[in-house]
Ligand binder design. Structure first.
Ligand code: HEM
Length: 526
């Protein structure tokens, strides 16, 4: 009896000793980075914050506190280095070996498995090689037609939503549009989300991202076994099932279409396949001389379904929101539309070539991705010791490449809260100072697809509507953005009380979102 009691009392002490011993080497090596001091067991989890918004704010204030440079913090025994140093970014992103994703991505495994985003080593190499042709230039041109069709449907839908000068959440609307685009193009399967408003799917995407993010900052819930005891576990399983069923349904429909002879997987060579969807590439490809297994198919389809629509939702939504607040910028963009499309061509579809002639739109999207990057952080994990810029970064370290902090680095972007698309023309940032689509071997495979989609729909929106802020007085008169993220803590204290309820509250839930929505109005152009 006494022995049991002694053991029970000794357990917490043993746990602390165990964790301190197993992290000793990493702690000693990472001590060279500045950062908040840690407590045993929890590390800095108690300081990180309880919601995605607070967590993002905390990361920003640490960054300011530690000289706008790399810094280190701990979530339990997980060591995290936030990386914003240009030389570090160059080393990490260019490395052919430092390609394993951070342990935070493990939390996506039950949902995405080991698809292109999360896999590593030879599996990643083989899949990247197999998938790359599916996003070839020629195929993008075919996809553009579908993007245009969906943009037309979206415009029609927006006319109804915006009728009567109503104020509405554009971020919510954008989800359905981007879901239709990725399903109609890459998957070759129509789900008509805009018409059917398949809200359970859209909600499931939002919920799973939120749950993953919250787990990442909780040392107990990060553990798979302990997470099973969490009150939200049943809801998590239900959400997971909704998403898994959705993906399997898409795969099933395309396989059926192949069997029925509605589509053929062998239309021309790999670069000239007319309307050959990404899913067709998967169905017709072989790896090591065999077709993809059901599990591999699932992993890639769910990965592209997520990466291919959640990111662009954020990209389109923040771009349109910025149009609403910066009327002078919108005017310049509208003028460009008139020049490229001609006054009589404003209501027709822009061709692929015309989209590439819209230079100011390109600058505008670049600047939008600087202030509101769709993917705010990317993570790597050191499978072995690395020496970066003379520093030992020990095996077992999570490196968080903070794309969102880079955009607010005053050393690179002067007056970073001012929304000025021209800045990208006047002074181009260095190759590792601005990386919204990442860089190097693991860069975004869908970059061209994403930019084409965003430009196609934004160009059409500008030509059909004047995008207005939720309330007239919310227009930016001085060119500064309305969100206070990125300001130093003392400056934020002054600005936060002046925030309007329609100013976005940002959170980095895998992709960047406005927790309170992105509210705008639309006035039809005649
Ligand atoms: C505004 C839109 C987008 C942005 C800003 C963006 C950004 C990124 C970034 C930063 C990464 C690196 C992630 C990491 O290293 O963990 C990435 C990877 C990836 N993206 Fe995108 N993305 C966008 C749209 C898309 C689209 C539309 C697709 C698919 C159609 C896509 C598919 C992928 C995939 C599969 C990867 C993993 C690539 C690999 O590791 O080999 N993305 N993206």
């Amino acid at each position: 009896m006494w022995i049991v009691l002694y053991v029970l009392l000794a357990l917490p002490v043993l746990l602390v000793v165990y964790l301190e011993l197993t992290t000793f080497r990493r702690r000693r090596a990472l001590n060279k980075f500045r950062g908040p001091s840690r407590l045993p067991i929890v590390g800095n989890a108690h300081q990180a914050g309880k919601s995605p918004t607070v967590i993002l704010d905390q990361v920003f204030s640490w960054w300011h506190q530690y000289g706008n440079d790399n810094f280190c913090f701990w979530i339990g025994s997980y060591s995290n280095v936030i990386v914003t140093n240009r030389k570090y970014l160059e080393f990490i992103l260019s490395s052919q070996t430092l390609i394993s994703k951070s342990d935070i991505y493990d939390l996506t495994h039950p949902w995405l498995g080991l698809g292109l985003l999360t896999s590593t080593g030879s599996k990643w190499h083989k899949h990247r090689k197999m998938i790359t042709p599916a996003f070839h230039f020629n195929i993008l041109q075919d996809f553009h037609e579908v993007m245009n069709d969906n943009s037309t449907k979206f415009i029609k839908h927006l006319k109804t939503v915006a009728a009567g000068d109503s104020i509405f959440d554009f971020q919510d609307q954008a989800h359905y549009f981007t879901l239709d685009v990725i399903c109609d193009t890459a998957m070759g399967v129509s789900v008509n989300a805009m018409e059917n408003r398949s809200s359970s799917i859209v909600q499931a995407f939002k919920d799973i991202c939120y749950m993953i993010n919250m787990r990442a900052f909780n040392p107990f819930k990060r553990n798979d076994l302990l997470f099973r005891l969490a009150p939200e576990y049943p809801a998590y399983c239900k959400t997971l099932k909704t998403l898994q069923d959705f993906t399997n349904d898409i795969i099933g429909k395309r396989i059926k279409a192949h069997k029925d002879g509605t589509v053929s997987a062998s239309q021309g060579d790999e670069f000239s396949r007319k309307k050959m969807a990404f899913l067709d590439t998967l169905l017709s490809s072989t790896i090591d001389g065999r077709p993809l297994t059901t599990e591999e198919l699932y992993e890639e389809v769910s990965t592209f379904m997520f990466e291919g629509h959640d990111t662009t939702t954020s990209g389109v939504a923040f771009a349109v929101y910025l149009l609403s607040r910066h009327q002078d910028e919108q005017l310049k963009l509208f003028e460009e539309q008139r020049q490229v499309m001609g006054d009589s061509g404003l209501s027709r579809d822009a061709t692929f070539q015309e989209i590439s002639q819209m230079k100011y739109l390109d600058l505008f999207i670049k600047e939008a991705q600087r202030v509101y990057p769709s993917v705010p952080f990317i993570g790597r994990f050191t499978e072995k010791d690395y020496v970066i810029e003379g520093d030992l970064v020990p095996k077992g370290t999570t490196l968080n490449l903070a794309i969102i902090l880079l955009g607010y680095n005053e050393r690179v972007f002067k007056d970073p809260h001012k929304f000025r698309p021209e800045r990208f023309e006047e002074q181009k940032p260095g190759p590792f100072e601005y990386v919204p689509f990442s860089a190097g071997p693991r860069n975004c495979i869908g970059q061209k697809f994403a930019l084409l989609e965003i430009k196609t729909v934004v160009s059409k929106i500008i030509r059909h509507f004047q995008v207005l802020p939720a309330l007239d007085e919310l227009e930016s008169k001085d060119g500064y953005i309305s969100s206070t993220l990125g300001y130093r803590p003392e400056e934020r204290k002054k600005r936060d009380p002046l925030r309007h309820k329609y100013d976005p509250i940002l959170s980095a839930v895998l992709t960047l979102k406005a927790e309170n929505g992105l509210f705008i109005r639309l006035k039809e152009r005649h």
